[in-house]
Design a protein around this ligand. Structure first.
Ligand code: ARG
Length: 578
């Protein structure tokens, strides 16, 4: 149940009954201060202006039309025409009860889910995943989890870079290594493999000649080249799948939809764009000129779709991919998780796909872009020697640091439990540090901040969760046991926790719609801090009456359930004890 939507509907109806036009919007927001109630309607002023009447008068009329006695116990008009709404405690308590009983926490689940293609992670073959892919992978995966939870049909599209001219040189180098009997171990270090192949290509003309020959053969479907290519893909993807597992990311091998699968569609797309008059010849290449984009000289920008040597480009593949996703996968919405530098590329691809009538206007295309991961010095995050940081090295360091952090906590855990806690904290901390920042900006990667039990961090939230569980352990109750009695919100701290718990629905909507997981992170952080002050001010097990105790246990149980579900949505593990 979504309180914000409920109030929006009710107030909108009252506005229309008071003479406002049908497209009016109540603009319901959570109030920033308690004195303004729990929610406020900010839409009256704009509508009154359009109607040419006094906003306070309109507000009074709206309030007179409003029938929400079962939801609110006080409605106030403030300032030039704001409407402040104070929710009834019983209404909130009832929402908490419903959430507690329902396996999906009474969240609004889509009746007929949308088919959403989420294009994320997309590492490149024969290269190790680096920090840029980390962002795409974990932010994309959080959105995938939320959309799936809300009942949508999610298709994970891992647009792996597994095709292109670089494969000539990679195949030639793999062949060289095999001839020299180098074992597969050498290949395991993909980064060095790629670098060595490139070095040969640049320095050895005979090798380069062979590499160019292999590109042509590979594109022509030559068995030998294809087998060598597949070997490179398999080795890379085996490593990537292990990394996904380590990262607690839901991508599997079946989600791989690499660039190569569109290869056979490219000639048709290109000839079709040519026949439609969209692609024209320019300097021997085939180019789509877009009036909407201007180059430095102020002329329409050209997007090359086929080079003069016949080769296709990154953009050509993305045009074919979008067509495929609409026609074959029946996508109603496509989300792309790549950094902001690819924004223009995507906009051009979308525009060409529209002009060619490959996709309808109704298909929603969204680029959920993100900024860069920076070091403490404010420069792109690199190793000391200036190399890109390999994802697995980063995670190894996280584990080492988490070990030290947990050791200092001096817990009484078995070795097995300890290892589980360390893994949850290490991976959770790295992921949460990323997810909790607004993805649209660059962010500074700082070990000390993320691996701390204070502040808006994964360990803080994971610890808050275990604290609730320990209350139930002390009470010798299972966390999901049937508690009798009703939730009663008497104390201030009970009420503030309860209302925030009831706002889960309106929180995850922003993740589902805008792919902004930091809103969910902030929400969970609120829940954890509100629980903490509730816990300090409202004795649970030593409550004064059995009713009070049951009510508080229920709030605690819902807190645990909300934290766990929310962290699951972010792909962050919880543990029972730490
Ligand atoms: N492989 C690309 C890279 O590493 C990202 C692919 C993004 N998805 C897409 N459909 N273009 O930059």
């Amino acid at each position: 149940m979504n309180i914000q939507n409920l109030l929006s509907d009710k107030i909108k109806h009252a506005m229309i009954a008071a003479g406002a036009p049908p497209e009016c919007d109540a603009l319901i927001k959570q109030s920033a201060k308690a004195q303004f109630g729990d929610y406020q309607a900010n839409g009256i002023m704009a509508v009154a202006k359009k109607m040419g009447i006094n906003p306070r008068q309109l507000a009074e009329k709206v309030v007179a039309q409003l029938a929400i006695e079962d939801i609110a116990d006080k409605i106030e008009i403030a300032g030039p025409g704001f409407i402040n709404i104070f929710l009834k405690s019983d209404f909130i308590a009832n929402l908490n009860e419903l959430a507690l009983k329902d396996s999906k926490l009474n969240l609004t689940i889509a009746n007929k889910g949308q088919t959403v293609v989420v294009d994320y992670s997309a590492p490149n073959v024969a290269k190790e995943m680096h920090v840029g892919h980390l962002r795409s992978t974990i932010i994309g995966d959080a959105t995938v989890r939320v959309l799936a939870f809300l009942g949508h049909h999610v298709i994970r599209a891992n647009h792996v870079g597994d095709w292109g001219t670089q494969f000539g040189m990679l195949i030639a180098y793999l062949e060289k290594m095999q001839n020299e009997n180098a074992n597969d171990m050498a290949l395991a270090d993909l980064e060095s493999f790629y670098r060595a192949a490139k070095k040969h290509y640049d320095e050895d003309e005979q090798f380069a000649e062979k590499a160019r020959n292999y590109v042509v053969k590979l594109q022509g479907g030559d068995e030998y080249c294809l087998a060598m290519w597949r070997k490179l893909v398999d080795i890379t993807m085996t490593q990537n799948i292990a990394t996904y597992k380590r990262l607690n990311v839901t991508l599997s091998l079946e989600d791989t939809m690499g660039e190569s699968i569109y290869n056979e569609l490219l000639p048709k797309v290109v000839s079709d764009l040519k026949n439609q008059g969209l692609a024209v010849e320019s300097d021997g290449a085939l180019v789509v000129f877009l009036d909407e984009f201007k180059n430095k000289e102020g002329e329409p920008m050209g997007v090359i779709i086929q080079k003069r040597d016949g080769g296709y480009l990154y953009a050509t593949t993305d045009i074919a991919a979008i067509k495929y996703r609409y026609e074959q996968l029946h996508a109603e919405r496509i989300l792309y998780y790549t950094d902001s530098r690819q924004h223009q590329h995507l906009e051009q691809v979308w525009m060409i796909a529209h002009k060619a009538h490959y996709i309808p206007e109704s298909l929603k295309l969204e680029h959920h872009m993100f900024g860069m991961m920076l070091g403490k010095d404010g420069k792109p995050f690199k190793t000391r020697s200036g190399d890109t940081v390999k994802l697995n090295d980063l995670l190894d360091e996280a584990v080492e640091r988490a070990q030290n952090l947990i050791k200092n906590k001096n817990t009484e855990l078995t070795d097995e439990e300890l290892a589980e806690v360390v893994d949850a904290v290490a991976i959770g901390a790295v992921k949460y540090a990323d997810l909790s920042k607004n993805r649209t900006t660059d962010y500074v990667f700082d070990w000390d901040n993320m691996l701390s039990f204070d502040g808006n961090t994964a360990p803080y939230l994971q610890y808050a969760y275990t604290r609730v569980l320990s209350v139930f352990r002390k009470a010798e109750l299972a966390i999901d046991s049937d508690l009798n009695g009703n939730i009663e919100l008497v104390h201030d701290k009970e009420r503030s926790l309860a209302i925030r718990l009831a706002q889960f629905d309106e929180t995850i909507v922003t993740v589902a719609n805008d792919g902004l997981p930091h809103i969910l992170c902030n929400y969970l952080y609120d829940i954890a801090t509100l629980f903490s002050s509730f816990y300090e001010n409202c004795p649970i097990l030593a409550a004064e009456s059995s009713n009070e105790k049951q009510s508080r246990l229920k709030l605690a149980a819902l807190t645990a359930k909300t934290l766990k579900t929310g962290l699951d949505m972010l792909g962050i593990k919880t543990v029972e004890k730490m």
